[in-house]
Design a protein around this ligand. Sequence first.
Ligand SMILES: C[S@@+](CC[C@H](N)C(=O)[O-])C[C@H]1O[C@@H](n2cnc3c(N)ncnc32)[C@H](O)[C@@H]1O
Length: 265
Amino acid sequence: MTISDADFHRLASFVQQNYGINLTQKRQLITGRLSTPVKQLGYASFSDFINHLLKTKDEKEMSLLLNKLTTNYTFFMREKEHLDHFRTHIIPEIVQRHQRDKTLAIWSAGCSSGEEPYNITMYLFDYLGSQASQWDTQLLATDISEQAMATAQRGIYELPDTIPPEWKKKYFIHEQGSNYRVTPAVRNNVIFRPFNLMDPIRFRRKFDVIFCRNVMIYFDQPTKDALVRRFYDATVPGGYLLISYSENLSQNSPYRRITTATFQK
Ligand SMILES: C[S@@+](CC[C@H](N)C(=O)[O-])C[C@H]1O[C@@H](n2cnc3c(N)ncnc32)[C@H](O)[C@@H]1O
């Protein structure tokens, strides 16, 4: 199926305005990922599909669009040095700060299929050791891809070799073949919610740490800057924003840079 210039621009600007994702250089990705499902829905052309989508904002079609157009690539132990820095510098600091209420507030924003929030959980459990049961470490994990979140809720993965063998034993249960399921304790430490990062952030608590890694790379600069300001308002004083090694914040970001990909309010 081919897409006309006009339809490509209509769809790209709709996605950018509503979800932040910049598709202006992604014409092939759109036709490649959407042609078959659009045909399967019974549309003869992209024009018909886009007309219907923009007019009705049909939930099923919107969900298909997001499932197909988001890039959900993620894996356990991604940027391990960054996670290790979180363990050696940030966890001890926030644990110290919360000695009284024993409650940590952490958000994995753009959690995809769940590897990141489960991995953060393992780092927390490992640090707290036998004290873990006395703490509320439950973290929030959000995304706009329903498909990715369904995988996250299932919690079954093929594990990479980079997972420490003792973590494989402690935090996973062997299922079938090469599949492992996260243990109930790890699973229950993560609350998954659909959330569009273009929306106002109105969660009950402010966060000690916000992870938003490999998400803003798909946004243009003004969208990214506005989101970073909303993150800042949703961070406790002294709290952190962690992005990925391949990203940076603009010079005028309100956060203070601590080290690569690590920023503090
Ligand atoms: C490449 S994954 C990153 C996963 C994980 N944070 C990591 O670093 O491995 C990017 C995720 O951002 C999500 N995403 C993109 N735009 C979003 C938006 N507007 N609101 C919420 N999530 C979004 C995508 O659905 C995708 O799952």
